[in-house]
Ligand binder design. Structure first.
Ligand code: VAH
Length: 305
């Protein structure tokens, strides 16, 4: 039985749907502190849970017979800077609560880190990811907890609205392109960042969790890489499908964060240890995003008729 904590988030929605397809909907409990998102409605069992209420969470995990947890609840980089102590509490206490339950109930655990760890002091988010990786290593070494982690690049998907990340320009831009609006990009045109299409991120996560334990040499977190692009390159690729699409660049507070992050990351260790390799490049992602979003907007128009 699987529990996804933070299932209403950008990764949570897609990972929940993929896990339900793979293991059967009735075996994958989705949970969050907010209400069930439309994208998950009627696709499987939902639980309202707060990862900061360890006692309630622990007893619910026992009652449901959970054997594997995906702990995705966190505040992202840009939002975290608005209330650092709140972000630290959710990101850190949330993880440690789940590590303790995983230790006591012998549960296999996935926890997402981020390329933000390469700049651990530029955001509270980065501090919490760097510290979180150390906590994972500690619980593995000291208690044998089978916890596994990936350092996700910026993730692009269409099933959820952007959730306060610095890389979310790469999600927002598609909605503007389809609404034939000029997109005001909040990063400079030459800001190169590691990025990945959500289907690649979901596949990497499931592959990591299915790998034999002895293959997992790194119990902090694995860098995974698919592509690196700038807003200008993404714009040019979208323009190939939407010729009249226009962009303007108006960098805001998120530029400072993006400037501290690496332009590219290596993923040789993930390729060697558990066979990681990406499938989507920039053109394939742009094409798929536009096709899927066009389809959703068409359905919405029909519904509104
Ligand atoms: C963020 N999307 O921007 C997340 C991610 C690497 C970026 O951590 O905060």
């Amino acid at each position: 039985k699987i529990l996804v904590i933070g299932a209403a988030g950008q990764i949570g929605v897609e990972l929940t749907l993929a896990l339900r397809r793979k293991y059967g909907a009735e075996n994958v409990f989705a949970s969050d502190v907010v209400k069930e998102p439309k994208a998950l409605k009627e696709t499987g069992p939902w639980q309202n849970l707060d990862v900061l209420r360890a006692d309630i969470l622990h007893s619910r995990i026992i009652r449901l017979g959970i054997t594997e947890i995906y702990m995705l609840a966190a505040t992202l980089s840009a939002t975290g800077e608005q209330d650092p102590r709140k972000a630290w509490k959710l990101n850190m206490d949330g993880l440690i609560n789940v590590l303790d339950i995983a230790r006591e109930e012998k549960i296999k655990l996935f926890w997402p880190s981020s390329i933000a760890v390469h700049a651990p002091t530029s955001t509270v988010y980065g501090i919490s990811k760097a510290a979180g990786e150390c906590w994972c290593q500690y619980y593995f070494d000291k208690y044998g907890v089978d916890v596994r982690s990936l350092r996700y690049p910026g993730l692009i998907s269409y099933k959820t609205q952007p959730g306060g990340g610095t890389t979310d320009y790469a999600v927002d831009i598609f909605h503007s392109a389809l609404e034939k609006k000029v997109y005001k990009c909040f990063l400079k045109e030459d800001t190169r960042l590691p990025m990945m299409y959500m289907p690649d991120a979901v596949r990497a996560t499931i592959r990591l969790m299915e790998a034999a334990p002895e293959r997992i040499e790194n119990r902090m977190s694995y860098d995974v890489s698919a592509m690196s692009f700038t807003p200008a390159e993404l714009y040019e690729s979208i323009k190939g499908f939407c010729p009249e699409f226009q962009i303007s660049y108006e960098p805001d507070h998120r530029q400072r964060i993006a400037d501290t992050w690496p332009a590219t990351v290596g993923d040789l260790e993930a390729r060697e240890d558990w066979g990681w390799r990406p499938e989507y490049n920039l053109t394939m992602m742009v094409n798929d995003m536009l096709v899927k979003l066009e389809d959703i907007k068409m359905k919405q128009k029909i519904e509104d008729l």
